[in-house]
Design a protein around this ligand. Sequence first.
Ligand code: ADP
Ligand code: MG
Length: 734
Amino acid sequence: MPAAQPTVTVKTDNKPLSAPQKALRKLGLDRDIDLALHLPLRYEDETRIVRLTDTREGDTVQIEATVVSCEITYKPRRQLLVEVDDGSDTCTLRFFSFYPSQQKALAVGNRLRLRGEVKGGFMGRTMMHPSFHVAGGELPQALTPVYPTSAGLPQVYLRKAVHGGLVHAARHGAFTETIPQESMPPSTLRYGKGRDANSGSVDAWGLAQSLHFLHHPTPDVSLAQLEDRTHPAWQRLKAEELLAQQLSQLQSKRARDLLRAPALTLRPGGLHEQLLGVLPFALTGAQRRVGEELAQDLMRQVPMHRLLQGDVGSGKTVVAALAAAVAMDGGWQCALMAPTEILAEQHFRKLIGWLEPLLTPLGKRVAWLTGSQKKKERTEMLGFIASGEAALVVGTHAVIQEQVKFKNLALAIIDEQHRFGVAQRLALREKMKSTEAPDANGFDASASAPQQEPHMLMMSATPIPRTLAMSYYADLDVSTLDELPPGRTPIVTRLVSESRRDELIERIRHQIDQGRQVYWVCPLIEESEAIDLTNATETHALLTEALNPPGSAPVLVGLLHSRMPTGDKKAEMAKFESGQMAVLVSTTVIEVGVDVPNASLMVIEHAERFGLSQLHQLRGRVGRGAAASACVLMYATGDSGRLSETARERLKAMVETTDGFEIARRDLEIRGPGEFLGARQSGAALLRFADLAEDVELLEWARELAPTMLDQYPRQADQHVARWLGGKSDFLKA
Ligand code: ADP
Ligand code: MG
């Protein structure tokens, strides 16, 4: 890849930074290109001078007028009142704060150029705190940009810096065209022109021209088009950005296609088939289809890079286990990494139950790795992993730690992938580097030259809306489990005000009487884990008392929170799983993956504080068995007496649908893509100009162009990616 575009830093000497320079840096405006891409929030029209008589209330206007009186009055409070006359009419200027120098500039007889909002009123036209300077001087030809700024960074200073950056960057060739002219998206073409019949060239907005225009538009532009970003200059910028994203992901996909991974085989009568035989249920159609997709990938000698998405409870684990069986059958190792210890443990137990009887005759086992493990056990596990005796390793982040040496890792599975960071996923991939081929296959990996990579399967219960999948996840193959196992009854979701807590306790008792179990999730208080804890402890005490009236059979209420030692957590969880405990009060540690099919009621306290996808995940803990299940979202309106707009939207979405895809779509609407991306979100890699809801057409254009461009214009493609992503494109590849 060629070096990034030449960039000129704004400051090259070693003098300390001034306050505005510091503020610039804080806004990330370091390089010329950063400044050039810092686009205006809005514009002011200083290109015209209007007559006072032609102004209407509410107009923001520029006038030139002469001061006819200037006085300080004290009613109702101290203020400077200035009357000006422009020959067509008069206007009163009102200043509540002013310096003596300003007062001097506003002396009677001075002629001024003024700018402000016209207000009508009892005393005739007024302007509050208009900006002003001496009349005369040339009028600007373009609208004046107003930039997003921060404290300590005056607009005038920022304007100059941005303009300087723009000019420098252009001079150093930062905006050379990279997109083939004949492929420009239609929305960037000049109106009424399109293709020039004579030259055959397309008259599209150029990049340099677009940027220049957006910073300094001519006064005849439609402000609406600038504001809603439909103007071709805006379209051009968005197109650039989306194309960069597509190119970079396609590049990483192609780079991966050059790597080698073990080509696995599906052996008749092998582990895969045996595992199918011992499962206590038949696979759903979706599980079979996705299983097939995974098997196809594993048989190629190119590393799989696949996201398996499926709503909570759709049965991703077993699909992953079947893929693991294919790898283990060939004598290779697999790793399954989960974000929390509870989840990892649960996977471990389930997988041991299914697989250990099949692995033992082969002299293999399932190993277990977590951070909280005793040293002795850990050492033993590390031994199993290094020797290859552990065909499958299940664990938390501990799986990717330095000391863990696999003998021959062929498949890495990451559960709830969005909860892991980029660095962690890259580390897992690194693990393959120490790998040898299995003895069983009788070939020696050191002889087969190319570096082997593991196949990678990422799982997520947060479905990705289509536009996100097309953009941020364009380098991934995606499989979707779009069917729940049979016999599940839909979960009924109810909103209940906190004031009805007593009724709720009645309902809980009813569930318990029927032999069912209940989750009670305590409020999320972001500022303080300590308050979370107090809340959970209090609720636990309250429920224990309410559910154990004198003389009745005892009801066990448990408590689970993140500060408990791991051993205690496991013990509580085990009691709930065995059915011995009827109610589990917890902070959000149960959020992901926990699977207790007998639990049929989920109560979420202060549901208004949770994010939509989190609520959906929590709700997914019930409705896993055949019993009719319910989720009660308890809300409190707090001091204001009402819920915030977004809280209301979230709760409404929860009541209206249980479909994870619909939830995801609404979540995207409510929050924008940032939070969705989980680990992928690195501010740098987020789209700044394009909007996935608005710009689907441009996105489709970019998707189509990217492969052609890589094939036919590889140099421009590299240049394009370097310009837009610089060194940041790596983030998109993890
Ligand atoms: P998730 O996709 O949320 O990770 P799990 O893999 O935990 O879901 O599966 C949810 C529950 O459904 C588990 O108890 C699992 O054993 C069960 N399950 C999975 N597949 C099927 C199936 N085809 N039929 C019946 N139950 C299934
Ligand atoms: Mg799961």
